[in-house]
Design a binder for this molecule. Structure first.
Ligand code: PEP
Ligand code: MG
Length: 883
């Protein structure tokens, strides 16, 4: 097998398609060389050698010696210099290069090939003794650190003392003799720390460096980086050995890094930095302040030092031509390293550049419009999740932050406001004009008004599908949930984080995209839904098959979702409407009633309220399908807690407080999530669903008459497990519909269907489809019931589960394709077999997750439904899934 691949001087044994074998750096060096760009000649030792090196107990096969010798000969042939030659030595760099970039994780050795004799040769041919001795001392320092693993502090110390002794301030103040003296000291340090003299044989140096680069693949920091970035340990790294070019050969030499477009805004302008008379690590190390590449950038920043465009116009012009060439060749924005040696430009690296969401969008749209890529490629290049950054106000990345703690990034966006620890206060302070952050141990449906009034929500408990997280995403409020290190004393109006205290009224900031919680205000920047966003969305809509609906229950959320392109409502959770101040008493009266007659009295009060809710929603969503789910949560969620609330309900119902309390106690459940909820409420108290159905159909008739266009209600029954449940409920709904239509003298088209959120429902989908016209997969509950993992308590252990690889991702965020996914696939298939035109959708939180959307496309669902702010994400993800 071949391990060494050459590049440069008209030879390229590999190309950009060989990243697996040659690593990203090696493949792109070969590619650049093959298209005639100025690349110093060199060779790459393949990643397969890294794997073999470890298999063979960290040794090299003999055959590699011959191959490396051929590689060195290749470099010698092109440069006309010889490795180890005392008169005119070839110097090389030795760098790592894995399949994907692992910035700063692995080792590099520069100036290799210098020793006590070749340094004299370098001084002579370069006509610059200072440069030669500076290069030698850099080499000893780097080699000792990376290969010999000696304490680099000792070398830095020696340099500092040398500067102090001579009264110098900068490294550039040192003369050739100063560096020569320092080299002697460095060599003494090596003997002292290593017990042997610094290696003088250039081949020993080379093999030492190659071994060190392969060795760095298993360094602790590299292992940690791989774990965090899901990079398999058996990929290995390649080693690139390349002729040195010098950016530190005086004022006609320089080194720099650049992007072909602005990685932060996406603007089509070169963006980069360079340093005159410097070597690569000087730019990265930040010892000297780099200069701007372009004059425009320098002028915009009001900086004095000349731009490269001004200081080295010829090299700059050549570089600009290379940028254009690379972009056209790779058809993507490139991140580049270059060196100018005595006026001559050399390319050291190119790769696709990392970029912000904003830049990703702009670059994709611009490149498609420039004809560089197709629209499909543009669609594929933008990470849907990253759109989040664009839809919500975000923290100004330049602003200082006083981070208190970190929780889960439950709902994106950033918000600052005064800390408030209960919902009534949140509403009161907000009405008084304060920006409020609602901080709760956890939230319940009773906090809706406080959450609505708040700019942002912070909870100490609860995961990504906890009440706070779901509701906040629905409302488009930033939310950090499960910030376990805070403890809240709501009564005292104080929250503790470690040794710090935040009192009611203190300003705090949350970042729902990172989970950070900060003391004080942090400046934010507003989103720009400018042209590029609209353009890409339009292209995405042109290719996607899946429809995108929204989970919304207020007219405001519906409006937001429509503006973001929602094509209907996939889930309107009617219980959220029951918590409004004006109706909660009637709701409680209904729940606590002893019998049907009592319930009907309360339901009569609720009917007009529900009707007006639906009128408002239908008006916003006119012409679009609206899935309205009948009452779902366990009744105890609506119960009164305070004495005054009991008194109020007792009065409304005309009964004694004591009797009411007894009834409330009766409603207690041990496991309410599996208790008296969902369609079980409708089965036991059909009059509740009857009232809701009436309200829906009356509202539909009202809107149809008013606007001339009838809404399309899809009445949805939650938590169904059997066909009989759905049949019973459908009868109740159909009866209510007929009554309304007879009464109003007008019919409305409607559907009755069910959620699939129990494994039994998925298994019996064939039968259930006989009774229902559509299925909507409630993957929050379906995940909970299939995995037997409580969606409200999972955050305590799911992190460990993901870390240990039991689940690849949080199954409440991204569908567990193997388990829950199999049930969905099976239910879809069985449902369709019974009813070929059955409408299939998903309304769990997964409806806004790109990986889950890809799964929905594969299964052939008709639509996904996501909270309003995730509608654009879903549109793009659906398009990508269809490509
Ligand atoms: C679900 O269970 O996935 C669902 C959408 O319903 P909810 O979150 O209201 O239980
Ligand atoms: Mg559910």
């Amino acid at each position: 097998t071949q391990y060494v691949y050459r590049f440069g001087g008209g030879v390229s044994d590999g190309g950009s398609g060989d990243k697996t074998l040659l690593g990203g750096k090696g493949a792109n060096l070969a590619e650049m060389a093959s298209i005639g760009l100025p690349v110093p000649p060199g060779f790459t030792i393949a990643t397969t050698m890294c794997t073999r090196y470890y298999e063979d107990g960290e040794t090299f096969p003999d055959s590699l010696r011959d191959e490396v010798a051929t590689g060195i000969a290749h470099i010698e042939g092109i440069t006309g210099k010889r490795f180890g030659d005392e008169a005119d030595p070839l110097l090389v760099s030795v760098r790592s290069g894995a399949r994907v970039s692992m910035p700063g994780m692995m080792d590099t050795v520069l100036n290799l090939g210098l020793n006590d004799r070749t340094v004299e040769g370098l001084a002579a041919v370069s006509d610059d003794a200072r440069f030669a001795w500076d290069s030698y001392r850099r080499f000893i320092q780097m080699y000792s650190d990376v290969v010999l693993e000696l304490d680099h502090g000792r070398f830095e110390e020696a340099l500092e003392i040398a500067k102090e002794d001579r009264g110098y301030y900068l490294d550039t103040d040192l003369t050739a003799d100063d560096w020569r003296a320092l080299v002697a000291q460095y060599k003494d340090i090596v003997v002292e720390l290593w017990g042997k003299p610094f290696p003088q044989d250039v081949h020993d140096q080379l093999w030492g460096a190659i071994g060190a680069v392969f060795g760095s693949w298993q360094a602790d920091r590299a292992k940690v980086y791989r774990r965090l970035n899901d990079i398999p340990g058996d990929w290995g790294t390649a080693v690139n050995v390349q002729a040195m070019v010098f950016g530190n050969m005086g004022d006609t030499s320089a080194t720099g890094v650049a992007f072909t477009r602005d990685p932060s805004t996406g603007a089509n302008a070169y963006y980069g930095e360079f340093l005159i008379n410097a070597q690569g690590e000087d730019v990265v190390a930040g010892i000297r302040t780099p200069q701007y590449l372009t004059t425009a950038a320098r002028a915009a920043a009001n900086a004095k030092p000349l731009s490269m465009e001004e200081a080295m116009p010829d090299a700059y012009a050549e570089l600009a031509a290379v940028f254009d060439r690379l972009e056209r060749h790779y058809r993507d924005m490139q991140d580049i390293e270059f060196t100018v040696q005595q006026g001559k430009l050399w390319m050291l690296q190119t790769r696709s550049g990392k970029r912000t969401a904003k830049a990703a969008l702009k670059i994709a749209v611009d490149m498609a419009e420039e004809g560089l890529i197709s629209r499909e490629e543009a669609i594929a290049r933008v990470d849907p999740q990253a759109l989040d950054q664009l839809l919500h106000p975000t923290l100004d990345p330049k602003a200082a932050r006083d981070v208190l703690t970190k929780g889960l990034p439950a709902s994106p966006g950033a918000a600052s406001g005064i800390a408030v620890f209960d919902s009534d206060t949140a509403e009161r302070r907000s009405n008084a004009g304060d920006a409020v952050i609602l901080i709760r141990t956890e939230t319940s449906p009773e906090d809706i008004h406080g959450m609505h009034a708040a700019r942002g929500i912070l909870t100490a408990r609860g995961g990504m599908t906890s009440h706070a997280a779901v509701v906040a995403r629905g409302m488009g409020r930033p939310c950090v949930s499960g910030a376990g290190s805070i403890s809240i004393d709501a009564k005292a109006g104080v929250m503790k984080v470690g040794s710090r205290e935040i009192r009611e009224g203190d300003i705090v900031t949350i970042d729902g995209a990172t989970g950070e919680v900060m003391a004080g205000a942090v400046a934010t920047v507003q989103p720009e839904l400018a042209g590029d966003f609209g353009t890409l969305m339009e292209w995405a809509d042109g290719v996607r098959r899946l429809k995108v609906r929204t989970n919304a229950e207020t007219p405001l959320d519906c409006r937001t979702a429509r503006d973001f392109g929602a094509e209907g409502i996939g889930l309107c959770r009617t219980e959220h409407m029951f918590f409004e101040q004006s109706r909660i008493t009637a709701v409680r009266q209904m729940i606590l009633a002893e019998d049907e007659a009592g319930r009907r009295v309360a339901l009569d009060k609720l009917l007009p309220e529900q009707r007006s809710d639906f009128v408002e929603i239908f008006e916003v969503m006119v012409g679009l399908p609206c899935t309205i789910r009948l009452l779902d949560p366990p009744l105890h969620e609506f119960l009164p807690h305070e004495e005054a609330e009991f008194a109020e309900v007792a009065q409304a119902a005309g009964i004694e407080v004591e009797q009411l309390k007894r009834r409330a106690a009766e409603l207690h459940e041990f496991n309410p999530m599996l208790g008296h909820r969902g369609c079980r409420l409708g089965v036991t108290y059909p009059e509740i669903y009857e009232m809701q159905a009436r309200a829906i159909f009356e509202a539909a008739v009202i809107v149809a008459e008013k606007s001339g266009e009838a809404p399309i209600p899809e009445v949805m029954i939650p938590l169904v497990g059997t066909k009989r449940e759905l049949e019973l409920m459908k009868t109740v709904i159909d009866k209510a519909a007929e009554a309304v239509f007879a009464d109003k003298g007008r019919r409305i088209e409607y559907l009755v269907g069910t959620m699939i959120e129990l494994p039994r429902a998925a298994l019996k989908a064939g039968e259930i489809a006989e009774a229902g016209q559509f299925f909507s997969f409630g993957t929050n509950d379906l995940t909970q019931t299939t995995l037997g993992v409580s969606r409200d308590d999972a955050s305590r252990f799911l992190g460990a589960y993901v870390e240990k690889g039991i689940y690849a991702r949080d199954p409440f965020v991204s569908i567990d394709v193997e388990g829950v996914g199999e049930l969905i696939e099976l239910a879809a298939e069985r449902g369709r077999k019974t009813r070929s035109d059955i409408k299939l959708g998903i309304c769990g939180e997964h409806g806004g997750d790109p990986a889950s959307i890809a799964f929905c496309e594969k299964v052939g669902l008709d639509y996904v439904s996501a909270s309003p702010y995730r509608v654009p994400i879903a549109r793009l993800a659906a398009a990508q899934a269809a490509l």
